[in-house]
Design a protein around this ligand. Structure first.
Ligand SMILES: Cc1ncc(COP(=O)(O)O)c(C=O)c1O
Length: 361
């Protein structure tokens, strides 16, 4: 059976290093906000190219806390996309703000800058721009609109650890960057975890306080916060994994190259790479009119593809708002994520290619 993603293999790849890291934490007797989290925050900030990184409980919390740190909440509006993990919209709404969803472009499936201005009202405070599938959105255009309307930019980098936008890492360009360490992510923990990155010291300090009850000094809440901390075990594991992130991303790129080369000329629409940027292929997403038939054909041959995401957020029962987003709704019926993870072998990638080609004949 070939799975779409398989985080179990990551542990097998780095078993000894992870076991040693876990033991180190277990023996230390310190499990929350200690040396491992601090070291990982420093290593992560350096990797992304920002001044500060603050570990939090999840990627969803990272977005929610970043918005709160920007003083966004009830009565405000935040523009984002509907073609994303529901977490992006859930995080916005957790602050009390309203998520206003804009359409994506049909080439890269990220926020269409041409659709932003129509979504701006006098209540709009920020844009949460999602770097979907492993590559950045059109950041120059988004930053330009944000500047014109004095909006803050939150980068949702949950699917793009290490991806470059021109010569910078995603997460270092907007006001604040948010990452998830969900196990299947390019940088994944063995549980939940997230990170907020920023260059601004005051903003970083607010995130640090918000993640722990608004404390600067222990037991004294200066403002209302939450409990959303990255734990020492996950931080120690992530310190091992970040040292392999570039190599793991390179393995994903190599598999993508195999797919690109051998699937071109079939009925599939293949993923496009943005010029002067890197794609770290969190997911390799193709499009096809007969998507459901292809998915079943692959499943019958023990290859599990997946759909990210089958129902756009603005059509889900919890967030239904009567909006019509043409491109989002169209591609949701056509997208299919092929098996993609660093440990996917050549033989498995080749079998996937052969089965798809057989279907397309
Ligand atoms: C685009 C996007 N944003 C946010 C999240 C939320 O991350 P988490 O699952 O760590 O809360 C995810 C992952 O599920 C995601 O893919």
């Amino acid at each position: 059976m070939i799975l779409c993603s398989n985080p179990a293999f990551q542990y097998q790849s780095y078993e000894k290093e992870i076991d040693d890291a876990v033991k180190r934490v277990l023996k230390s007797g310190w499990f929350i906000l200690g040396k491992e989290v601090k070291s990982f925050e420093d290593e992560f900030a350096k990797y992304i190219g920002v001044n500060f990184a603050k570990g939090v409980g999840s990627g969803t919390d990272a977005i929610m806390l970043a918005l709160k740190a920007l003083r966004i909440g009830t009565g405000d509006e935040v523009i984002t996309v509907s073609h994303t993990a529901v977490a992006t919209v859930a995080a916005i709404e957790m602050t009390g703000a309203k998520a206003v969803m804009a359409d994506i472009d049909e080439e890269f499936y990220t926020l269409d800058p041409a659709k932003i201005e129509a979504a701006i009202t006098e209540r709009t405070k920020a844009i949460v721009v999602v770097h979907l599938y492993g590559q950045s959105a059109d950041l120059d255009a988004v930053m330009q609109i944000a500047k014109k309307y004095k909006l803050r930019v939150v980068e949702d980098c949950a699917q793009a650890h290490g991806a470059m936008y021109k010569n910078k890492r995603v997460g270092s360009i907007g006001d604040v960057g948010c990452f998830s360490f969900y196990p299947t992510k390019n940088l994944g923990a063995l549980g939940d975890g997230g990170m907020v990155v920023a260059n601004d010291a005051e903003l970083a300090e607010r995130v640090e306080m918000l993640r722990q009850y608004g404390w600067k000094q222990r037991y004294i809440s200066e403002f209302a916060g939450v409990n959303s901390r990255l734990d020492e075990l996950q931080a120690a594991i992530l310190r091992v994994k970040i040292s392999h992130l570039d190599a793991d991303n390179a393995k994903r790129m190599r598999i993508a190259e195999m797919y690109d080369k051998q699937l071109c000329g079939t009925d599939l629409i293949l993923p496009k790479k943005r010029k002067d940027c890197s794609h770290v292929y969190h997911l390799y997403v193709v499009r096809m009119k007969k998507r459901d038939e292809l998915m079943q054909y692959m499943k019958d041959r023990e290859i599990m593809a997946a759909i990210h995401y089958p129902l756009p957020v603005h059509l889900q029962p919890a967030y239904k708002n009567g909006q019509k987003l043409e491109v989002t709704e169209k591609i949701a019926k056509e997208i299919l994520s092929l098996p993609m993870y660093p440990e996917l072998g050549d033989a498995e990638a080749q079998k996937t290619i052969d089965v798809i080609k057989e279907f397309c004949k």
